[in-house]
Write a protein that binds this ligand. Sequence first.
Ligand code: GZL
Ligand code: ZN
Length: 330
Amino acid sequence: GCGKKSDAEEKTSEQTLIDVGFSQLGAESDWRIANTESIRNSLSNENGFNLTFDDAQQKQDKQFIAMRKFIQQEKDCIVLAPVMEDGWDTVLQEAKDAGIPVIVVDRRVNVQDTRLVTAWVGSDFRKEASIACEWLKSYTESNGIKPEELFIVDIQGTLGATAQIERSDGLKNACEKYGWNLLEQVPADYTQAKAKEVVSNLLNKYKDMNVVYCENDNEAIGAIEAIEESGRKVGSNISAGEIMIISFDATHSGLKMVMEGKIALDVECNPLQGEEVALLVKKVQNSDEFHRYTYVKERAFSMDQTVKTVKLRDGDYEITTLTEDIIADR
Ligand code: GZL
Ligand code: ZN
């Protein structure tokens, strides 16, 4: 009834909280922090959940420990944000044997038996890479830059993560297809510090490097620091000797750099998966029909006016010109 809940009602409403264990891979980037916040806010008590959170500091072994703890605690459901694709078969089989559904978010897992994963919510990283590479192709054509004049370095994310595999492959394939020079692909674990160190080394090694493809914004910030400290300029005017930065995530700090013309293109990777995850957990819990795979929406931002749309397999893709209010609400 309305008004004050009776003790009995209070009791049952306590019992009906869905008991969820969330194994988050780490806190390595702004994207990750936003992802954690989104999921924790959505899987709240008032939304009907009792959430146990674990941060594995980017170590897969710590994720295994967390998963086994959740299995031992007989959680109703486990949410897993896997640090890399491989190695999950055993612990996911243990969860299945315990009758606990596992919902994977963000990156994917590479398992023999796909039934070990009840559902997945995340981004289409391959599409993100093709948006970036098709934009670069259009940009060079619109600005009279020959393909063989591009000398690209790839600052990779955590090796083995779906985002890394697919963003790196997308670039590699585009370089082969369009005749761009791919100088080197170097891992930097999605962190600013590692990217700064890696790009400093690459600057000494390759005088002709003119495009830095960063697999997230934290790496882009580190790359910009290294480039500016070496006396070079970042920007879009490759012919004038500027080094072009392409990045992913479109975090607040990344978009500020786009606004300042320091990042030429930033492809969004939407971390706000909390609502989708909460919906999925409830549908799985109530045996309602649900989507096995859910892709979150993403855009791409640039201040450059020469490329408004790019052609992708599934049709034209609009490049969003960045404005202050878009940045404000990040
Ligand atoms: C992508 C996610 C990546 C982000 C990085 O969905 O896995 O991990 O691009 C984050 O910022 O560290
Ligand atoms: Zn459907």
